[in-house]
Design a protein around this ligand. Structure first.
Ligand code: IPM
Ligand code: MG
Length: 372
């Protein structure tokens, strides 16, 4: 029996292309693992009305970790029109399978390192080393939404907070509401993870990226928890910034920051910005990490127009493999992967179109495998 069972979920679009690249490197490392394919994505939404079939949930439960490619997500109307005829008008609602996975498996921590590798011509600067900790299960992504706003809900809210009354004249049928729900536990946890990481890897600062001056209750709660957690780490400074200002500071002085921590949506936004600073989504890796299980995926999406062309940059996925190896405890292998990726970037001989080259996804992976 292999040491690890890994759920293998290519998903949609270029997910397949980059997973093939991952496999080249994992095989070269001779990781003692069995890879078990799972169904997820748009195809299963269209034909089964569920992009994350129960059999895939079961598969994940029987494995040690999951590697995931990419997913296509669309707003509800487009999603409806793509269903096979017999499933249309059944009132099925499309919800992003990756968001569901994060919530169902309580993968509370989204880890997104953004480090500039020397020699990457797309680096905004060469001295950037950011690590985003994004809360991954709640906030505006909780999935508690209304449209129209039911009368009873309106009345209950009005009883507790009359500010909502000014919206009544719009007509409840014209009001959409998405709840931003943040708990003390998850807020405390994500900040603690960020500080632990900073401590372990020698970062001097943790910057909390919120908007407590306006979102007094939700961002306020996160900030208050952050201040409490920070007291346990006297050697690391807690910096407090607002999300809007942070976007500006990250363009101005990204080299001044280290670990960033944010709620789900602000973390989503800031992690794309950080990714662009180090060469774009082609270099951005991520891990969705819970207490006993984790799903690793590159930050990029499914890029349908490039699907199957083996054109896209596999570095994001290869760095994602590195995160998975770290989490499994295969530290040496993880270091090898990062080192090989760094070498291939530095030599700049084998590279995909986004970095000005013409190598394929798989050629880059093979080159990385040779440098292991
Ligand atoms: C990400 C993506 C997802 C998210 C989408 C695909 C639902 O943007 O992982 O950052 O918003 O979390
Ligand atoms: Mg995103």
């Amino acid at each position: 029996m292999a040491k690890y069972k890994i759920a293998w979920l290519p998903g949609d679009g270029v997910g397949n292309d980059v997973m093939a690249a991952a496999r080249i490197v994992l095989d070269a490392l001779k990781l003692d693992a069995e890879y078990i394919h799972g169904d997820i994505g748009w195809e299963f939404w269209k034909t089964e009305g569920n992009p994350l079939p129960d059999r895939t949930i079961d598969l994940l439960k029987s494995t040690d970790a999951c590697l995931f490619g990419a997913i296509t997500s669309m707003p509800n109307e487009e999603a409806q029109s793509e269903l096979v005829p017999e499933l249309q008008a059944k009132g099925l609602i499309y919800s992003s399978p990756i968001v569901r996975l994060r919530q169902e498996f309580n993968l509370h921590t989204n880890l997104r390192p953004c480090k500039a590798f020397p020699g990457n011509p797309l680096n905004y600067r060469d001295d950037i080393d950011l690590v985003v900790f994004r809360e991954n299960t709640e906030d505006l992504y909780s999935g508690v939404e209304f449209h129209p706003l039911p009368q009873e809900v309106f009345e209950v809210i009005a009883k507790h907070n009359p500010k909502i009354k000014r919206f009544e004249k719009a007509g409840l049928e014209n009001i959409a509401v998405t709840l931003r729900i943040n708990t003390r536990q998850a807020s405390q946890n994500i900040v603690r993870q960020a500080f632990e990481y900073a401590k372990k890897h020698g970062y001097k600062t943790v910057t909390v990226v919120e908007k407590p001056n306006v979102l007094r209750e939700t961002s306020g709660l996160i900030l208050r928890e952050a201040r409490k957690v920070a007291e346990n780490y006297p050697d690391i400074d807690l910096w407090e910034t607002n999300i809007d200002a942070m976007c500006m500071w990250l363009l101005k002085n990204p080299q001044n920051y280290g670990v960033l921590v944010a709620s789900n949506m602000f973390g989503d936004i800031i992690s794309d910005l950080c990714a662009q600073l180090i060469g774009g989504l082609g270099f951005a890796s991520s891990g969705n990490i819970g207490d006993n299980y984790a799903v690793f995926e590159p930050t990029h999406g499914s890029a349908p127009k490039y699907a199957g062309q083996y054109k896209v940059n596999p570095m994001a996925m290869l760095l994602t493999v590195k995160l998975m190896l770290d989490w499994l405890g295969e530290i040496e292998m993880a270091q090898k992967v990062e080192h090989a990726v760094a070498t291939v970037i530095k030599e700049s001989q084998v590279k995909t179109y986004d970095v000005g080259g013409s190598s394929t996804t798989l050629e880059v992976a093979e080159e990385v495998a040779r440098k292991l």
